[in-house]
Ligand binder design. Sequence first.
Ligand SMILES: [Zn+2]
Length: 123
Amino acid sequence: MSEIIKQCKCGSELFYTEILTSPNSFQSVYKCSKCGNRIGILSSGEMEHDIALLKAENEELHDKLTQIDNWCRAYPLSVFPEPDMKEVRMALEAVGITIDSVAASIMRRLLNGIQEIVSGGVK
Ligand SMILES: [Zn+2]
């Protein structure tokens, strides 16, 4: 690893003091000998690692949005025309079912499907 010379805002040279670690990254901490200013800098290898992780996460999120988008196109009006909801309501009520309970059931199925995609359950 090559030594990188860094300069403080005050113009003085920064000196390496320590490495701070966190669960997902670490950074080199430099301190100014004149004003005491401290800065943390991710090593380039660590930045490449972080960028790779972010790219993978971005790709995964993009795939999930694509799945949801595809699902949004799965019920086109040309194939499934809108029913006459007044007739649907009357037909359901004739057998003791409310249209609200049917609507809630459909919404639960939809939202459960989206939740499965978001949580990684469906590919
Ligand atoms: Zn300084």
